[in-house]
Every structure is written in C-alpha cells, then in structure tokens.
Design a protein around this ligand. Structure first.
Ligand SMILES: Cc1cc2nc3c(=O)[nH]c(=O)nc-3n(C[C@H](O)[C@H](O)[C@H](O)COP(=O)(O)OP(=O)(O)OC[C@H]3O[C@@H](n4cnc5c(N)ncnc54)[C@H](O)[C@@H]3O)c2cc1C
Length: 305
C-alpha cells in the first residue's frame, strides 16, 4: 500500500490536521533525538483511537503508542510505521468524590493540580513528572516513595484484538517501572484514580517540596528522558555512575549530566546513537568496576541495549 493511500485513509478516519507524514521525532520527545516517523497520528476521541487501531490491524501496519515522549528514544533511522500520540487532544479530566477520571493524554501535572484543587491526597509524588497519565500507568511511574500503582483504581484499555477491557487494581500487574500495559501491548484510553481526602495546604506543601527538590537536583533546563537507568537493588544508579568517575562523560552530543549522573542530557546536537553509545559505555564501565548491571528505564524503540 502506498503512503498516499494510507495517509488519505487515516485523514478520513481522524480528520484533517490529525495526521502528518515524515515527522521528526525530535519535536515529540523530551530528549530531542530520533529520525522521522513515517506517520504521526493524533486522535481526538476514544472512538477514533479504536477506529485507527482497527484500520492499522486490518492493513498490517506497524504502530507505536506514545504519550508526551518523556521516556522515549527513537532510532535515528526513524520509525517505519504509525506513531499514535495520545496527548493533549485526549486530556479531559473529571472529578467525582475521591475519584478522578482522566483521559490517557491528560498530563500528570494537570491531574495533580485537580487533585490539589479538590483537596485529594496521594498524587503529590506525580506533580513534577512530565508525562501523560497513560504513559505513567504504562511505566508505573513513581517518585519520592509514591507510584501509580498506589493510586490507580481502574483503567479502560484496548487490547491487541481491538476489544475494550477494564483493568482493576492488581490486574495491572504493576512492578518496578512496568505493568501489564507494556507486556500485553494494551492501549490506555482512560484512567480512574482513587485518592484520599486531605488538607489542601499539606498537599501543596508536599508538591512544592518535591518540585523544589527536582529543580535543585535534576537538569530540568536540558533536554533529557529523565532517569536513564532503573534503580538497582540496594544502590542508586546516579551515585554508582558518579563513583565510577563518569560525571560529565560525553559521547557526541550526549552527556552524563553533571547535575545528576542518572540523567543523560542532549547538549544540543545529540543523535539517538550518541545517547545509546553513552548508555552502553556507562553500563559497561559500572559493571566492570562494581559488578552491578544497570538496566535501562528509558524505552528504546526498535532495539535493545
Ligand atoms: C525531566 C524528567 C523527569 C522525570 N521524572 C520521572 C520520575 O520522577 N519518575 C518516573 O517514573 N519517571 C520520570 N520521568 C520519565 C517519564 O516522564 C515517565 O516515565 C512518564 O510516565 C512517561 O509518560 P509519557 O506520557 O511521556 O510516555 P512516553 O514517554 O510517551 O511513553 C512511555 C511508555 O508508555 C507507553 N504509553 C504512553 N502512553 C500510553 C497509552 N495511552 N497507552 C499505552 N501505553 C502508553 C509508551 O508506549 C512507552 O512504552 C521523567 C522524565 C523527564 C524528562
């Protein structure tokens, strides 16, 4: 099937302005690397997500689901398929009692702000994580002792056959930065959080404290994909990397941040290859010097480390 035909079909499903061809993933990832996606589609309703998935399945076209792209590294050679971005076009948030229901593309920051406004506690840890709630559930994102598994009551998903399923609590099989969403290749459409009534001033104080610690410790003014490695049991990845003398270590345009060694930052012209080479170098060096094998937390599209 030719690209023009696929493009026309997708526009007829999603509408003008919701599909683009040959899109640089630099614009759509927080680390600002990667080649072009053959197509990028941004559905603005759950019905359109279902329709586009059905179309891609019928035509045997590859697809990849992304949110805000804050944990992703696309190859420099690009992505030969359809990137479906579930972001700001699918970001409605509703609040009833102790529950907040958000479409998957709602930002964690926006959902946390609603929790604060509504005097609901439990989501303070997430207010500074720059992803969508769909991406956060998939990754079981967490910080400062909290993680999504503590607050997710239910999600509405589409499975690989196009059926809508509802997952509750333990059915998500949450683990450290992983969930059933990843292993079963589910697409999250909507997330319901169950929070607890709390004191607004306390909630705000905790959010401000966590965000202050982020600003102080993390290189938030540089493009990155957050912490590159998972926390190895009994250690902190950043500390191990620093102790191995890798602070500021640079390959091409990618650098081990000198503010927080767990982050790799893009100095301006990094390629994904630079980032991956640096990840491999850090991993090898840390393993040789300490015996600890660091596992990447970032999602590397089309390849393993
Ligand atoms: C400065 C900075 C700080 C960060 N701090 C933290 C932190 O404290 N804690 C932490 O855990 N992470 C942190 N991260 C990483 C990242 O923000 C989180 O992993 C976040 O949850 C990813 O959300 P996203 O929408 O950007 O997802 P993406 O990066 O777009 O995707 C991540 C994964 O989620 C999947 N996904 C996305 N949306 C959906 C969906 N609707 N349905 C199914 N799968 C989906 C993708 O396929 C991919 O596997 C940080 C990143 C940066 C840049």
């Amino acid at each position: 099937m030719g690209d023009n035909e696929v493009f026309r079909d997708m526009v007829s499903i999603l509408g003008e302005g919701s599909v683009a061809q040959n899109v640089s993933m630099k614009q759509y990832t927080s680390i600002r690397t990667g080649g072009e996606a053959r197509f990028l589609a941004e559905p603005d309703s759950t019905e359109k997500v279902l329709e586009i998935l059905e179309y891609l399945r019928k035509k045997h076209l590859e697809f990849y689901i992304m949110g805000n792209g804050t944990n992703l590294i696309f190859p420099d050679s690009g992505y030969d398929g359809v990137v479906i971005r579930i972001g700001s076009k699918l970001s409605r948030i509703d609040h009833v009692g102790n529950r907040i229901t958000a479409q998957a593309g709602a930002s964690l920051t926006a959902v946390s702000a609603i929790a604060l406004e509504s005097g609901l506690e439990g989501l303070e840890f997430a207010s500074g994580i720059p992803g969508t709630i769909g991406g956060a559930v998939s990754m079981n994102a967490g910080a400062y002792g909290g993680e999504m598994s503590h607050v997710v009551a239910e999600t509405l998903c589409v499975d690989e056959l196009g059926s809508i399923i509802r997952l509750k609590g333990e059915e998500h099989a949450f683990g450290y930065r992983k969930s059933r969403i990843q292993t079963d290749r589910l697409v999250v459409l909507e997330v319901t959080l169950l929070l607890r009534p709390g004191d607004k001033a306390d909630i705000k104080r905790r959010m401000d404290d966590f965000n202050g610690r982020r600003r102080e410790k993390q290189p938030l003014n540089m493009p990155s994909a957050g912490s590159v490695f998972k926390r190895p049991e009994g250690y902190f990845a950043g500390q191990l990397i620093q102790e191995c003398g890798l602070k500021g270590c640079t390959i091409g345009g990618a650098q081990v941040s000198d503010k927080h060694c767990g982050f790799i930052v893009n100095l301006g012209n990094a390629t994904s290859q630079d980032v991956l080479d640096l990840i491999r170098y850090v991993r090898k060096t840390v393993y040789e010097r300490t015996g600890v094998l660091l596992e990447p937390e970032v999602r590397i599209i089309g390849g393993e480390i």
